[in-house]
Design a protein around this ligand. Sequence first.
Ligand SMILES: [Zn+2]
Length: 374
Amino acid sequence: MTIVKEGKQKKIEHLKELIQLALAVVCLLALCSISFKANAAGTVGDRAQVSKLQAGRSVAADGAGTVGTADTATITRAVWDAFTPEFTDVPKSLKATKDVTIETNAPAGVKVTYKVSKDKYAAVDDQGVLTGKQVGKVTVTGTFTAQVEGVEETKTARFSIKITGKKKVYIDPGHQSKANGGQEPVGPGSSVTKAKVAGGCTGVSTKIPEYKFALTIGKKLKKALLAQGYDVAMSRTKNDVNISNVERAKKGNKSGADICIRIHSDSIGDSSVRGVSVLYPSTSNPYPVKKQAKKSKKLAKALINEYCKATGIKKRGIVVRNDLSGTNWSTIPTVLIECGFFSNPTEDKLLNDPDMQEKMVDGMVAGIDKYFGY
Ligand SMILES: [Zn+2]
């Protein structure tokens, strides 16, 4: 009996030992798991790694925030004094609506914040992403901040960047204060000639001459296009000029513009006629602009559709015209918009109303956007 008892006792003792051992193993495993999770490198039991981790923790415990982020660490006076802030690989220009990330030589522990001189032209965010808004030049200032042995220090650096247009539009406001009856060829190499600049029409109600109206719309269109990130060139910015239609086309060709919009108003003997027409060169045009016939037609369609949508002005339609010198001498897609009829008393007043002119211009911009696919 006693022997048996002793045997049971021994078994119980053995079991206790086993349980203790199992508990010890579980605790060890749990510890290893914590250490593994905390160690980003994933190497369990590496003394060097563990001590690095502890060092990281002590930085965090100083109240600096998240472990390991560059903007929170303290840097030494020697590192700060030797640091000259610079921007690396900054482009000289940036297209409107496009962006670029500004890179710097800031070492770990130095935080950079950005500012642009004119937020009309570009914007910059906290991450240094610079976005072009409209044509112009901006200066970007970077402020480099660091905690240098417990003291906040800053240094600044600047660079200039040119914002270029997403596309370029050439605007030709029709006519000028004085007509020019001198003759010029209607197209390159043609023996057929036309007046250099015709007189244009006058509003039956408002008495406003077409050349003034065309310049007013041209300037408003320019402003609206610039605000949308386009670059703009104009054949004229004053009424008192003497620029022939051929010269206007050549100026547009040289401007580097992607398209040409010619602005006019219509007139006819019948005062009941009203509405907008957009004139474009066709594939049977005998001059080099023939190459731009398809694109010109696409532009004419987009322009008239959006113009009518924005203004409610009656759509007469797009019309092939291969007899216009200002179009025939062009080498870029070219259209001429007859905004409405100055010979119709109601439409004349409407076209010269500033509120309506905003709608006309908005419609033109929408048409141009559509043509380019924006
Ligand atoms: Zn005209």
